[in-house]
Design a protein around this ligand. Structure first.
Ligand code: SF4
Length: 438
């Protein structure tokens, strides 16, 4: 029987204050702290931990927010265990300091307080910047611009602001309440938000150049890729982003089968697999062309998915989708791959002729990456890089049109939301430097 997928609630837990203070007490408060260097927004980790130790939670939160305005979100969904916690000098002595959990305690304390923290807004410098896209990079850029005296107007095509925060992170990892609180805290700085816009119809570059001092594109990669394989009808073939969005926004209900095949080995595959298994899907198998070592995934997301019952088929690629006479998917045909290491150390997978095998299936989900929306690139007449992203000057983040800046995954591979936040801060500093010169 097809299953109608519904949502679920956040499962992450937070330390209590006594445990958090005890954990903060384990920190060596290192000088030249390696954890800070490994934190993409360079959060002053020993600094905020020192304040927590002296029970100055508000001061600690302020210090975190000076470098990362979204600690409630990043502490839940970014792989701190592979970044700042990975290099913690306490790692060999009782385990690394639980930096993510400490930040989460502070963010939750702030969210539940009567007067959540808002930084002081400086005097206006008389410059206005438009941002298209309200995901982590756009939001972080907006904060940085406002705190440098710029007026910001943000345009978003979806109904709600937040980009991947709002539509791409499963609710068992983070509740909507946490996301909306931190997105709203950006708007509370005085950022104007226009949602539900169709860029092609609503944005005119000539009038934008008259109205704004700079334009920043943080549009992400909006078009999910699909494989060109034979077989299957559209209703039984989905994309990973489509599934995650339908679970998050609950605006569209998808009917899935019981024998689900996911193609692709990234975090989206794992999030989709975990989500569907938590919702009771019979079997979920992920097909990946390479080995576990090459999967660009977070360790915890992988182990969660395995614990939920995800099956992996490594070194295999999809060749064909087989259907019965009614056009319903019955099996997928795959072939095995062999791995070859290139001179630049990249591992490429090549199909092995005559190695075909098949798997039972009734639903296929592609989670093989995203492409740029070509209409937006055409609209702004921008040059793209060989890998199909917006070409920018790496020092200034300016595109082929110097009025337009671009940052985030539309420009380069961005692995985590905290990296996306850091990119937003970097591009905003370049915009401030440019508009002050004009
Ligand atoms: S490296 Fe570890 S022990 Fe040192 S300051 Fe950072 S969190 Fe504390």
């Amino acid at each position: 029987m097809p299953k109608v997928i519904k949502g679920f609630i956040e499962e992450t837990t937070t330390l209590g204050f006594p445990e958090a203070i005890e954990e903060a007490g384990r920190c060596y408060l290192c000088h030249n702290a390696p954890c800070q260097a490994a934190s993409p927004p360079r959060t002053d980790i020993p600094g905020f931990i020192a304040r927590m130790r002296s029970r100055n939670f508000r001061g600690a939160l302020r210090l975190v927010k000076e470098s990362n305005f979204f600690p409630g979100i990043t502490s839940r969904v970014s792989p701190y265990d592979q970044q700042c916690e990975e290099v913690c000098l306490r790692k060999k002595f009782g385990g690394p300091i639980r930096i993510a959990e400490l930040e989460r305690v502070l963010a939750d304390y702030d969210r539940k307080s009567k007067h959540p923290y808002l930084p002081e807004i400086p005097e206006s410098i008389g410059k206005t910047v438009a941002i298209v896209g309200s995901g982590p990079t756009g939001l972080a850029a907006a904060v940085e611009l406002v705190l440098n005296g710029c007026k910001v107007i943000m345009y978003e095509s979806a109904r709600l602001a937040g980009g991947v925060f709002t539509n791409g992170i499963p609710s068992y990892l983070i509740s909507d309440e946490v996301i909306q609180h931190e997105v709203q805290s950006v708007l509370d700085l005085g950022v104007d938000l226009v949602t539900g816009i169709n860029a092609g119809e609503s944005i005119n570059l000539v009038s934008m150049k008259r109205s704004f001092d700079a334009l920043l594109l943080t549009i992400g990669m909006g078009i999910p890729r699909r494989l060109e394989v034979t077989g299957g009808k559209k209703g039984d073939i989905f994309t990973g982003t489509e599934i995650l969005e339908s679970l998050k926004l609950k605006e569209k209900r998808l009917r899935l089968g019981e024998k689900i095949i996911i193609v692709g080995g990234g975090n989206v595959s794992l999030d989709v697999a975990t989500s569907l298994l938590k919702l009771g899907s019979g079997s979920v198998t992920v097909i990946y062309r390479r080995d576990r070592e090459q999967m660009p995934v977070f360790r915890t997301r992988f182990s969660n998915a395995v614990q939920c019952g995800m099956k992996m088929v490594y070194r295999a690629e999809l060749k064909e989708i087989s259907c019965n006479d009614q056009g319903t998917i019955t099996r997928v045909v795959c072939c095995k791959t062999e791995l070859k290491e290139k001179e630049d150390s990249r591992v490429v997978a090549q199909p092995i002729e005559g190695s075909e095998f098949s798997l039972d299936a009734d639903t296929v989900i592609y989670a093989i990456g995203l492409d740029l929306d070509p209409n937006l690139i055409q609209l702004f007449s921008l040059q793209t890089s060989p890998e199909g992203r917006i070409q920018v000057n790496p020092a200034t983040y300016q595109t082929s049109d110097p009025f337009i800046f671009a940052a985030g995954s539309c420009v380069e591979k961005v692995d985590t939301v905290i990296d996306a936040v850091a990119k937003g801060q970097l591009v905003a500093r370049q915009i401030v430097a440019k508009v002050l010169q004009d």
